[in-house]
Design a protein around this ligand. Structure first.
Ligand SMILES: CC(C)(COP(=O)(O)OP(=O)(O)OC[C@H]1O[C@@H](n2cnc3c(N)ncnc32)[C@H](O)[C@@H]1OP(=O)(O)O)[C@@H](O)C(=O)NCCC(=O)NCCS
Length: 149
């Protein structure tokens, strides 16, 4: 198993995971290219036996300069509850500290208790704070959370 920084030629593998993860929306190749081209240090994949089984992508907030945003995170269902998403988020947090970011925001759809449990368990284990930071304007059912590192 290894965690690696994603590159633009990983887009097909990312899309393959997205289509298999309920709760993630599949975006265009160009959207993934934009993320990987501009935020490569915030996009990681996890590979097992040369197959990508999970990934995380994120962006840096351009007005709150110490804040990152997790855009998509997914692990194939056959590989869940083995700590892989934790490893991906750890790598993301590590990148955050390298570029002086102290806050990580993410959104949770109200019915996605898996995702909420995951982020809250991560914060609790690392001793990070979590607070609500509003909701996505166009989607009232998505709550924004902020994890303080
Ligand atoms: C949420 C998701 C990324 C978690 O991936 P994972 O690799 O299974 O997570 P981990 O193994 O690192 O889990 C760490 C901890 O999070 C919590 N957790 C993770 N999945 C959980 C679940 N289904 N139910 C309850 N708690 C859960 C647990 O505390 C877990 O520790 P434990 O297994 O020792 O009890 C994965 O379920 C997924 O891809 N879901 C679909 C896509 C999605 O919802 N993405 C998040 C929003 S962008």
């Amino acid at each position: 198993m290894r965690v690696k920084q994603l590159r633009v030629n990983d887009i097909d593998q990312i899309k393959r995971i997205v289509t298999r993860c309920k709760g993630l929306i599949l975006h265009t190749d160009y959207t993934y290219w934009t993320l990987l081209y501009n935020f490569r240090n915030l996009c990681f994949g996890i590979e097992k036996k040369n197959e990508m089984i999970g990934f995380i992508t994120g962006v840096k907030n351009s007005t709150s300069k110490d804040t990152l945003f997790v855009w998509q995170l997914g692990v194939l269902s056959a590989h869940r509850r083995k700590g892989y998403a934790t490893k991906l988020l750890q790598e993301f947090v590590h990148s955050a500290s390298k570029i002086g970011c102290k806050k990580i925001r993410f959104t949770i759809e109200k019915p996605n208790s898996k995702s909420k449990n995951f982020f809250f368990a991560f914060a609790q284990e690392k001793g990070y704070s979590i607070k609500s930071a509003g909701s996505v304007d166009s989607h009232e059912f998505k709550t924004i959370y902020e994890m303080g590192l």
